[in-house]
Design a protein around this ligand. Structure first.
Ligand code: NAD
Length: 425
């Protein structure tokens, strides 16, 4: 299934750049800072051979885009997906810069990707791809320099392989500290409590706050979710646990619905076994357009970018779109949602839970600490709600939409750092 975009739509990177420029114009961003932020700092492409299970070698292409590091080390996930492109990775890297600045993390923005369909490879092949990628990236990543994390198609297992390869190639000294080269590791390998569910948890914290502000009782409210991977399934299960009803789910192979509520734990087990929600016995199959047209309180896009274009935005019958995915709404889609009075919790805020707990993991690794789940969840919620409030205040003060307000808050942080620091020499 390919993302729905019309020919007239800008590319993902062009769209994120246009959004950045809109916010930059609004705050009268210093021209010198603009010169720097207009382009990513480093764009790395690596081609690396990997031995397949049948003994043949195959060449893979990997990207790492380091967008900005004025606030701290580059930070951002690595995506394994057949549609990965440089345009996409550049957009995702820029989003990471705005996201980290928005939620006040001492981190910059980066993103990586490999053009690969993980479902078409054995675990052994994926391990060799990951280890060769890590070797090819070499010192372009590092615990004080650029810190990858999971994204679409990658997981804690992928991060464990990257960490293991990295610590075994950088030398013995400081070996333990080098574990911080990636976040999103399993707990046994130095990961943090709460990281696996962090993006979904953060999204649910924000949806709860939105519901409070808009007087919607979540207990009994309905929601739909596109993508039932890390972000989508965790968000769905957590919303389900506070009494909301998941009435439709879509993934790359199909869409399903059940107005009485889809049993989410059973769906999770089913997806683990079959790789998709398609043909799940606890719901009926529906078409893609039927999925987007379902009458619901909350829509959670948690898969790929550019899915809510003007046409799909016209189909939605919802109160709020909570963006778990990065860039799910196109600029034209955004306009239609605004015209139709459908609220948006923008990606850079709504899915910032992942990078926030990644930061907690990185801090724990540096200090050889282990925080319990309560501490992680508490710190995450406080940080996200603070940012949400700051964004609402900014959107009322200017006035502007919440997405633009997110960028405004982020740009103000970055502008202060540049103006107080200047540039070398
Ligand atoms: P994942 O690989 O765990 O799951 C992806 C899901 O999307 C799967 O259910 C898959 O079937 C579905 N999907 C893929 N292509 C699709 C298509 N064309 N149409 C419909 N469904 C499709 O990925 P994830 O980690 O959950 O990431 C999902 C989104 O959330 C991405 O945009 C990612 O950048 C963003 N995100 C992830 C994290 C994180 O911590 N993992 C953090 C912030 C943002």
């Amino acid at each position: 299934m390919t993302p729905t975009t019309t020919k007239a739509e800008p590319s993902f990177y062009e769209a994120t750049q246009a959004q950045y420029r809109r916010a930059a114009d609004l705050i009268g961003l210093d021209g010198n800072v603009r010169v720097i932020l207009d382009e990513p700092k480093n764009v790395i492409q690596v081609n690396f051979p990997v031995r397949m299970d049948d003994g043949r070698y195959r060449l893979f292409q990997g990207y790492r885009v380091q967008h900005n590091n004025i606030l701290g080390p580059y930070k951002g996930g690595i995506r394994y997906h057949p549609d990965v492109s440089m345009d996409e990775v550049m957009a995702l890297a820029a989003l990471m810069t705005w996201k980290c600045a928005l939620v006040g993390l001492p981190l910059g923005g980066a993103k990586g990707g490999v053009r690969i369909d993980p479902s078409g490879h054995s675990t052994d092949e994926l391990m060799r791809v990951t280890r060769r990628l890590t070797h090819a990236l070499g010192t372009n990543i590092g615990a004080d320099y650029d810190i990858p994390a999971p994204d679409m198609g990658t997981s804690a297992q992928t991060m464990n392989w990257i960490m293991d390869t990295y610590v075994n190639t950088v030398g013995y000294a400081g070996r333990n500290l080098h574990r911080g080269v990636v976040t999103g590791k399993s707990i046994a390998c130095g990961g943090s409590e709460g990281r696996e569910k962090a993006t979904g948890q953060g999204l649910v914290d924000l949806v709860e706050e939105w519901a409070l502000l808009h007087r919607l009782r979540l207990s009994g409210a309905s929601f739909t979710v596109q993508g039932f991977g890390n972000v989508g399934s965790n968000a769905a299960v957590l919303l389900g646990a506070i009494g909301a009803r998941c009435i439709a789910v879509m993934d790359h192979r199909g869409s399903i619905a059940n107005t009485d509520g889809i049993p989410l734990e059973a769906l999770r087990d089913y997806v683990r076994e079959t790789g998709s929600v398609a043909a799940f016995p606890g719901a009926e199959a529906i078409s893609v357009d039927e999925f987007w047209s379902v009458e619901t309180d909350i829509v959670i896009p948690a898969a790929v970018e550019n899915v809510i274009d003007a046409r799909v935005a016209g189909l939605l019958r919802a109160k709020v779109v909570a963006e778990g995915a990065n860039g799910p709404t196109t600029p034209a889609g955004d306009i239609v949602l605004r015209e139709r009075g459908i609220d948006v919790l923008p990606d850079v805020l709504a899915n910032a839970g992942g990078v926030t707990v990644s930061y907690f993991e990185w801090s724990q690794n540096r200090n050889n600490e282990r925080w319990d789940l309560e501490e992680v969840d508490g710190r995450l919620k406080r940080r996200l709600l603070r940012s949400y409030q700051r964004v609402r205040e900014e959107s009322e003060r200017r006035p502007c939409d919440l997405r633009t307000a997110c960028y405004v808050v982020a740009l103000e942080q970055i502008q202060s750092a540049y103006s107080e620091r200047g540039i070398f020499p």
